[in-house]
Design a protein around this ligand. Structure first.
Ligand code: SF4
Ligand code: SF4
Length: 248
């Protein structure tokens, strides 16, 4: 399989139902944390990395919303997909007060952020910076020069998270839990591979593909980024979002 459609999402949610509880149980093995920064949500700049089962959990959350809220949620993901990286956005679930709008179902990546060691976090930040350089080069090949402040923006790994009542678990423990979270995808090998390889584990890309189809989603993004940067116009973005509705 190379393309995931609405039917695969619906059957995927049903098939993954027994694993949602296991996922929550694994999340429960992480320690309680407290944030000590004065800018909550600053770390929610991007969509978190997630597994296929975690993505299905998000689809289920959105599918259960009333129609109007569902459309609004889908549009937020489409807006993120289309305008990133021309604009500095944030995770579509980030609430106005800096809290998480989907706290109960936030992925492992969000839960473990700030608990990993500083060394591990800095390494991840460095890798992400390298990835952004590759992204800038890719858009340059398309004739588009991404703005410096959004293309290369990367926050330093946060050191303001404390673990309640105990010392933080070592990276080896977190890696073991992460591997068990990924292991829940093993029951759906074909979908896991397709989500990872075909969509880069990017929930917003998958959402856009469900709404417009894979190729059209990419073409829409190219046209929107070009307009945002070269014409300084968000008319196309607004028009696409105004017409979009939830595909499920
Ligand atoms: S993880 Fe860090 S940046 Fe994010 S809310 Fe917590 S303390 Fe603030
Ligand atoms: S899911 Fe919640 S915690 Fe994670 S990036 Fe989005 S808003 Fe932040």
């Amino acid at each position: 399989m190379t393309v995931i459609g609405v039917e695969e999402i619906q059957t995927g949610i049903e098939a993954a139902e027994p694993r949602f509880g296991k996922l929550q149980a694994l999340y429960g093995l992480l320690p309680e944390t407290q944030c000590r920064c004065d800018r909550p949500g600053e770390c929610c700049l991007f969509l978190p990395q997630m597994t296929w089962v975690e993505a299905l959990q998000w689809f289920r959350c959105i599918a259960e919303l009333p129609r109007e809220d569902r459309d609004a949620a889908v549009r937020r993901f489409l807006g993120f997909f289309l305008s990133n990286p021309a604009r500095r956005g944030h995770c579509p679930f980030l609430a106005d007060d800096g809290g998480c709008g989907n706290y109960e179902f936030r992925p492992f990546a969000c839960r473990a952020y700030g608990i990993w060691s500083i060394e591990w976090g800095r390494q991840g930040t460095a890798q992400s910076r390298e990835g952004k350089k590759a992204l800038v080069a890719m858009w340059r090949r398309y004739g588009i020069e991404l703005p410096e402040e959004t293309a290369t923006h990367e926050m330093e790994y946060c050191d303001k998270v404390t673990v309640s009542g105990s010392t933080p678990p070592p990276d080896s423990r977190l890696m073991d839990l992460l591997s068990r979270v990924h292991g829940l995808d093993d029951a759906h090998p074909e979908m896991k591979r397709c989500f990872e390889d075909g969509y880069g584990s990017d929930f917003s890309m998958l959402m856009a593909s469900l709404v417009w189809g894979r190729l059209k989603a990419d073409l829409n993004k190219y046209a929107v980024i070009k307009d945002l940067i070269q014409k300084k116009s968000d008319a196309r973005l607004e028009k696409l979002l105004a017409k979009a509705t939830a595909p499920f």
